[in-house]
Design a protein around this ligand. Structure first.
Ligand code: SF4
Length: 91
């Protein structure tokens, strides 16, 4: 099952409503645990009831297995001008 995005502080994202993510499934990562689905926008929409972690490329995180997230849920917050998964923990 895809882990839910429990809270997201990045209210300037298109998918954010009241600090909840409503993207169908987000992608995390690269060399850095950032939300690759973040889309800066003045307008907002809810294409799904709640956001989940579809895929995560941050293989160095202890929750990562086969480039998928196995955490019970994640939180997302600001890092500089983008959005980071703050549930990330190095192995
Ligand atoms: S988790 Fe990512 S896609 Fe979802 S609202 Fe936050 S920044 Fe946007």
């Amino acid at each position: 099952m895809m882990p839910p995005v429990k809270n997201c502080d990045v209210t300037e994202c298109f998918y954010n409503q009241a600090r909840k993510c409503h993207a169908g499934a987000i992608n995390v990562g690269g060399s850095h645990p950032q939300c690759d689905t973040f889309t800066q926008s003045g307008t907002h929409a809810s294409p799904s009831d709640r956001g989940s972690v579809g895929a995560c490329k941050v293989s160095q995180c202890k929750f990562n297995h086969d480039l998928s997230c196995t955490a019970p849920g994640i939180d997302v917050s600001h890092h500089l001008a983008h959005a980071d998964c703050i549930t990330y923990e190095p192995r």
